[in-house]
Design a protein around this ligand. Structure first.
Ligand SMILES: Nc1nc2c(c(=O)[nH]1)N[C@H]1C(S)=C(S)[C@@H](COP(=O)(O)O)O[C@H]1N2
Ligand SMILES: [Mo]
Length: 323
């Protein structure tokens, strides 16, 4: 009974943030109405609103960089996760990641930079204005979400450490502490989890260093306290719980590429014309737990719909070879 409230006020000419805020207003108004509406509003608000125990992370919506798609509910964003350090099933991170200790936290930025630096979480939170950006995210497994991320462009951090002219790639390393992360017992991936980008991809205006979602500090299962968000690439490129960033001359080895180089390329740009060896990438399913059976498959767009912002970085490259 609770899944239609959201849809009925959807309109393509307003931004999702307005829809999101508007929903809250509409739901409050509805709560004054009939018992049926009252129950409906509670159910919907539960799915959208936040965890009462979490800390707010104020951020200003950057509508220029925000998708106008319907948001995925806070509940789905925080209960359907991939974070193999806590186990390989989608429900493991939400049930287990409470053991992750996110303070104190240090992120070291080193390698081919003029000013190698150890940043505390507080340093990082103060480094640039917090923006909120609504990004479409697509997992290589064929599902997608639309998430309001809070953070700032990774370029702001990289500029602070002054990359040397010889730096061509950026490597990201996630925390690997078996005391906090039970999934490390399983050698499914090479631990610590590492990922990488070319330097121009890392400096692209879309690439976000993120500290929260929905205006709250990042839930542990989503990669607290600091993670990457690269919306034109498959989800696994967006490393969680990052402790080290290294600038390199050579392309770094990455955990998923080591696991299966044919299935997980270094670039992993979302591309409906390049199938994963075991499944198609031409369509996707938006996660919407309240309407799972009703959710139609959507056509996946090249670069996840971010072609305008990123295509020129790949001009002249054979995207079937550099998958
Ligand atoms: N350290 C680490 N980062 C990771 C992963 C992981 O297992 N470990 N999974 C990746 C994958 S496959 C996806 S789809 C996204 C999921 O992010 P979300 O759970 O916040 O939606 O995180 C990526 N980052
Ligand atoms: Mo993924």
């Amino acid at each position: 009974m609770h899944f239609y409230t959201d849809r009925s006020i959807q309109s393509s000419d307003i931004t999702p943030r307005e829809v999101f805020e508007g929903r809250r207003e509409i739901l409050k108004t509805a709560a004054a109405g009939s018992m049926g509406l009252l129950l409906a509003s509670w159910a919907s608000r539960d799915a959208l609103a936040s965890n009462p125990e979490s800390q707010r992370l104020p951020a200003t919506l950057n509508s220029l960089f925000s998708a106008k798609d319907d948001l995925t509910s806070f509940k789905d964003v925080t209960t359907y996760n991939n974070f193999y350090e806590f186990g390989t099933s989608k429900s493991n991170p939400a049930s287990r990641a409470h053991t992750l200790k996110t303070r104190p936290w240090t992120l070291t930025v080193e390698g081919l930079v003029k000013k190698p630096t150890e940043f505390s979480l507080d340093d990082l939170l103060k480094l640039a204005p917090m923006e909120e950006r609504i990004y479409r995210m697509r997992c290589v497994e064929g599902w997608s979400m639309v998430i309001p991320w809070d953070g700032y462009p990774l370029s702001k951090l990289l500029k602070k450490v002054e990359p040397l002219g010889s730096a061509k790639y950026v490597e990201f390393t996630s925390l690997a502490d078996p005391k906090q992360m039970p999934g490390l017992k399983n050698p499914v991936l090479r631990w610590p989890y590492t990922e990488g980008l070319r330097l121009d991809e890392a400096m692209n205006a879309l690439t976000l260093l993120s500290f929260g979602i929905y205006g709250e500090m990042m839930p542990n299962q989503n990669g607290a306290p600091v993670r990457l968000v690269v919306p034109w690439k498959y989800g696994f490129k967006s490393a969680k719980s990052i402790v080290k960033i290294r600038l390199l001359e050579e392309q770094p080895a990455t955990s998923w590429n080591i696991f299966n180089p044919r299935e997980y390329g270094f670039y992993s740009n979302v591309n409906p014309t390049v199938a994963h060896p075991r499944w198609t990438q031409s369509t996707e399913r938006r996660i919407d737990d309240s309407a799972r059976l009703l959710t139609p498959r959507l056509k996946t767009a090249l670069f996840n719909g971010y072609e305008e912002q990123v295509a020129r970085m790949y001009a002249g490259m054979d995207l079937k070879k550099y998958y």
